[in-house]
Ligand binder design. Sequence first.
Ligand SMILES: *Cc1c(COP(=O)(O)O)cnc(C)c1O
Length: 566
Amino acid sequence: MATANTIGPFLGRTRLAYFSMEIALHPDIHTYSGGLGILAGDTARSAADLELPMAFVTLISRQGYMRQEIDASGVQTEHADPWDPPAHATPLRAKVAVTIGGREIWIRPWLHVLCSAIGQTIPVLLLDTDLDENHPDDRRITDRLYGGDQAYRLRQEIVLGIGGVRALQALGFDIQRYHLNEGHAALLALDLLRRHPRPADQVNTGEIMYDVGYVRRCCVFTTHTPVEAGHDRFDYGLVAELLGNYVELEQIKLLAGADRMNMTHLALQLSGYVNGVAARHAQTTTRMFPGYRIRAVTNGIHVATWAHRDFAEMYNRRFSAWAYEPEVMVRADQLPDSEVWDAHQRAKQDLIELVRMRSGCDFDPEVPTIGFARRMTAYKRPELLFSDLAKLTAINDKHPFQVVLAGKAHPNDTAGKHHIEAIHSHIETLKGRVRVCYLAGYDMTLAKTLVSGVDIWLNTPVPPMEASGTSGMKAALNGVLNLSVLDGWWLEAWIEGVTGWAIGEDGAAQASADHLYGKLQDAVLPLYYTDRSRWIWMMKQAISKIAYYFNTQRMMRRYAAEAYLL
Ligand SMILES: *Cc1c(COP(=O)(O)O)cnc(C)c1O
């Protein structure tokens, strides 16, 4: 809820602006889709905790990303997912204009005051084009997150990047550093560039006419996508149509690529500090973009947001400073077994209750529960667990387990939607033998119940596609053990049989279903049934060796010291 509705208190102190297409501020504010938005939200929460002089800028996304419905045969349908801006934000008086496709489009920023668990606040600007003075088409630009076609997306990125810089300026902010969360925000750097031309007599033909050095000193860029195809690219025909002569096309081509406007190239060229979101991802990015220095700042989670109530209470009792300074959780290996196990069982009971309410499935609290929830898309291999149903059934006969899945497929991701359907057919096939259920509507609230209530958190991406991953960090914070392919953050957190388990070996082309089944039947499930004290020891190892480090307090202290203090 907004605890203050004016920008005044923030104006004098704010020096940094963080731009993100999506941000998960609150379960009822539908301005996020998945991991990127969760990260931005946790970033804002930690920035507030740490009293960093930051403001956050995003789109208001009045119609949300999408509400997922899944029918009995597993067919996903997508619906608008509106939220109520006046309940959480205040429209500010300032208005700014951008020109798109030759039309002037007015943008109003709304203020959401994010209040951290510790009581500090930070401003979030939500950009809105739904104004009377705009053409009806333009009023819809800030409706649907990741909705529409390329032209819609570019319009949104113009509003975010160019509109965002103008809104900050119109409100009276004096911003010295800009943080681009993914390439979506790259046009903000182009706007800064346009304001800083070089003296004409110093520019040779074929050179950049602007002061790139100045812009680089202002911009920090975090890239999240480890494959070329994942980066936003726009045809120059479309760019010319929408941006006109905002910056000469020939100049943009020098920065963003000759063929198409590649937002990652643009951001790389215009940022003085660039990082990937895990050590492996920084290496992958360096190979993809030779010639740039790509650092690694491994992602984290906001611990006070993602700890189940009973774990939070235990941490409050045992490590009073944990929410502000999660490093103190390094001593979690000293927690009494019974406290950890009891907190976990209560979290598990909450999950079982939710599963029963949402799907009618009856889960057994004594049976080890495997969770898998993430965006449903091919590289995450959501069907790997179901590769051989006979084998899966045989494992279950020996050591019973139960599985809960969730995840949305992007409306245009046909393969992702197919996975959801196929999983539903596997569930049908396994009926009466292995308990598996799929919950619709994966969001912050469901994620929290899942990552704290299961026993084993499964992740099966195709390396090196998982840039970082953060859901496994949430699991570890709640004493849930990761069983994961070695990719992203897990390479940095994994100690076999101590913090969790690997599927396959590092460097192996791809971990297979055999690796997964082998690990489940030989290591994970027998341990749960035959050596409960070792299992609880591992839960405590996961908390002490993962939660103390893989959090956004550490992440933001690193950004503050290494990127923002350029
Ligand atoms: C944490 C979270 C994610 C990101 O998790 P990954 O491990 O990157 O898949 C996505 N969606 C929601 C709702 C989350 O809470």
